[in-house]
Write a protein that binds this ligand. Structure first.
Ligand SMILES: C[S@@+](CC[C@H](N)C(=O)[O-])C[C@H]1O[C@@H](n2cnc3c(N)ncnc32)[C@H](O)[C@@H]1O
Length: 285
């Protein structure tokens, strides 16, 4: 309305100070440089289109309107993506916290956002600080979203440091999720054996997102993504993350991760069946 005065929006919350660099890997400098040079709103792998926002929103548990604590959703490795912004806007009863290791990316997001139920903060999801940043402390997240964060470790970390970094990431995800929590990973990778075999997840499913329905995002060098998979992992709250061996071996698998078949008789036959499916012989689930 011309001439009407609208109240000025509240100042966006200030991000927590950056944590000290992790000894685990050298992501910090790389990603700060990337976000200093790149244009705002870079979105990797998948664009946060209405279709994607709707299908991710449909995976969220129904918010309990009578509960005093809102449903909490965390994004790890958000970069400057608009995904959390869109999810928060479509789900005003959820509290969304979007995090990244790069203070440069977080500062760009915080400057841009005016969404009241969305907070940005710096977080290294491999080496969680203690105490946690104030925005996260005391929260049990119902959902953790990951679009390209786990993927970046699978892609960029040297082979030797990869297993321990990924085990730390999954243990941290497990610790941050509530007992019913779900970790959702969007990745160009069809097979992520670390998700399938992690003992802290009681249920793991995967589906392809057809790029005729979902809009692809960017890849390094302006290329676009040609395949995207949504990996959904349900937490097993009985799992003890202090165990050194967090991944199932083939012999321990009771349900084949490739085709969903239940383990029958015959150890050797079963092991070969699971190995065959793991190599892609079992088809899509
Ligand atoms: C491929 S980009 C994806 C960015 C964004 N999610 C998107 O879809 O556009 C990977 C992101 O992971 C972040 N990252 C890398 N290492 C991290 C860590 N240890 N903890 C949290 N975020 C990290 C990077 O800063 C970067 O923003």
């Amino acid at each position: 309305m011309i001439g009407a005065t609208t109240p000025s929006p509240p100042d966006p919350p200030l991000p927590d100070p950056p944590p000290p660099p992790s000894a685990h890997h050298d992501a910090h400098g790389f990603w700060d440089d990337f976000y200093e040079k790149s244009a705002d709103d870079t979105d990797w792998i998948l664009s946060p289109s209405e279709t994607l926002t709707e299908s991710l929103s449909s995976l969220l548990p129904e918010p309990d309107t009578s509960a005093s604590i809102p449903l909490a959703l965390l994004e790890i490795g958000c970069g400057t993506s608009l995904l959390s912004e869109r999810i928060a806007t479509s789900n005003p009863l959820c509290e969304v916290i979007a995090t990244d290791v790069s203070p440069v990316a977080i500062a760009q997001c915080a400057k841009r956002s005016q969404t009241p139920n969305l907070t940005f903060c710096v977080l290294d999801c491999i080496t969680l600080p203690s105490p946690l940043p104030s925005a996260l402390s005391g929260k049990d997240f119902s959902v953790i979203l990951d679009k390209g964060c786990l993927d970046t470790f699978l892609f960029r970390l040297p082979k030797l440091s990869r297993p321990s970094a990924i085990q730390s990431l999954l243990n941290n995800v497990h610790a941050l999720l509530s007992g019913e929590g779900v970790y959702i990973v969007m990745s160009p990778r069809k097979v992520i054996k670390e998700l399938r075999d992690y003992k802290g997840f009681k249920q793991y499913t995967r589906k392809a997102l057809g790029l005729e329905t979902y809009e692809s995002g960017e890849l390094d060098g302006g290329r676009v993504q040609s395949k995207v998979f949504l990996h959904r992992c349900e937490v097993d709250e009985t799992f003890d993350t202090s165990l050194s061996d967090c991944f199932r071996r083939v012999e321990e698998v009771e349900v084949c991760g490739g085709c969903g078949k239940l383990r029958g008789e015959g150890g050797r036959k079963w092991v070969n069946h699971v190995k065959h499916c793991r190599k892609g012989g079992g088809g899509e689930r």
